[in-house]
Design a protein. Structure first.
Length: 309
């Protein structure tokens, strides 16, 4: 099997690229390294094209039977609409055109951001209300995919990720998951900083489950856009309680006012469609995912601020 993975130096894309190589596939990664990190690709054996998907010579590409499209500007706080739309919509259009022309399967990353503050559980058929330019760019991508699906027989699967956490997200800085960002604060002895009053909740899904969803999408015979979440929401207060337990700390939240207008209060995926279309269901509970993640991430004990006299 031959595959192209765009965004393959990033968090999710690198895991997908590695999982495919492990299964014997010949994989080409395309990434402009704008938020990706070579560290994620150290174990990768395959071709790496260090280019912007908007500038790649797609007409000269012949590697792909399946394209896993993960390249995107992923920082949801970016407000430059021109930059976001060019990267995420025009980039997606180029990948989509390539797949339609070459008749190769497209598996691409959508986002739960498209739902905005629509009531949980958010379902694929439910209304969309993107609250920022990132979420809007993802929604436009979904509409391009839906239009292509109506007019072409090429298989297209959109994976509408909820909040993904796990090894390899460290490259994302402030765009990394709350699991990682809060844990980093707490390991330094700092009180975890969250928006008032910590009751906001997220459907947090572990990277191992997301890899599984991508591999199931590869096998799937039907097209569609499906939620990739656990179906369970975790409040930030509950997340901190779990982190305290796993990290052996006893830190209380430090609440502050939310400065963002475009904030999602509750995300929780309706998961029936993913089960139906892909046979996918997540395996890791939030506590299991965090334990597995930290066993890999924090192999070596680090000196915490509170232990320095
Ligand atoms: N991580 C999550 O919780 C989450 C949730 C919903 C959707 N998604 C989507 O999943 C995909 C992967 O996200 P991630 O978390 O791995 O983020 P990431 O930032 O780690 O990965 C994105 C990768 O795309 C690359 N890239 C960006 N613009 C590019 C361009 N124009 N040309 C080539 N490469 C480019 C970056 O360098 C990076 O390696 C994205 O499409 C994102 O929108 C992620």
């Amino acid at each position: 099997m031959k595959a192209i993975v765009t965004g393959g130096a990033g968090f999710i894309g690198s895991h997908v690229a590695l999982a495919l190589v492990e299964r014997g596939a010949k994989v080409t990664v395309i990434d402009d390294f704008s938020s990706g990190d070579f560290v994620n690709l150290k174990r990768f054996r395959g071709e790496v094209i260090a280019q912007d998907i908007n500038h790649v010579h797609w007409d000269q590409m012949n590697q792909g039977e399946t394209v896993f499209h993960h390249a995107a500007l992923t920082d949801t706080t970016v407000t430059d609409q021109r930059k976001m739309m060019y990267a995420n919509v025009e980039g997606f259009r180029k990948v989509l055109d390539f797949c339609l022309e070459r008749r190769c399967k497209l598996i691409y990353a959508s986002s739960a951001g498209v739902y905005g503050n629509e009531p949980a559980p958010q379902s694929e058929e439910g209304s969309k209300n993107p609250l920022n330019i990132y979420a809007y760019s993802k929604w436009v991508g979904d509409q391009l995919a839906e239009e292509a699906l109506r007019e072409n027989p090429v298989p297209i699967i959109g994976l509408r990720y909820f909040n993904v956490y796990g090894m390899g997200e460290q490259n994302k800085g402030t765009a990394a998951s709350m699991v990682y960002r809060l844990a980093e604060q707490m390991r330094c002895g700092m009180r975890p900083r969250i928006f008032f009053d910590g009751g906001q909740s997220r459907d947090l899904i572990y990277i191992e489950d997301v890899i599984d969803a991508n591999l199931k999408a590869l096998e799937a015979t039907r097209s569609g856009i499906v939620n990739i979440g656990t179906g369970t929401g975790t409040t930030f207060n509950r997340l901190i309680a779990i982190l305290n337990e796993v990290l052996h700390t006893q830190l209380v939240p430090d609440y502050f006012e939310n400065p963002y207008r475009f904030y999602q209060n509750e995300t929780r995926a309706e998961i029936k469609q993913a089960e139906k279309l892909l046979g996918f269901k997540s395996h890791y509970t939030i506590a299991e995912g965090i334990r597995d993640y930290f066993a890999r991430l924090y192999q070596f004990p680090r000196v915490v601020a509170s232990s320095i006299s």
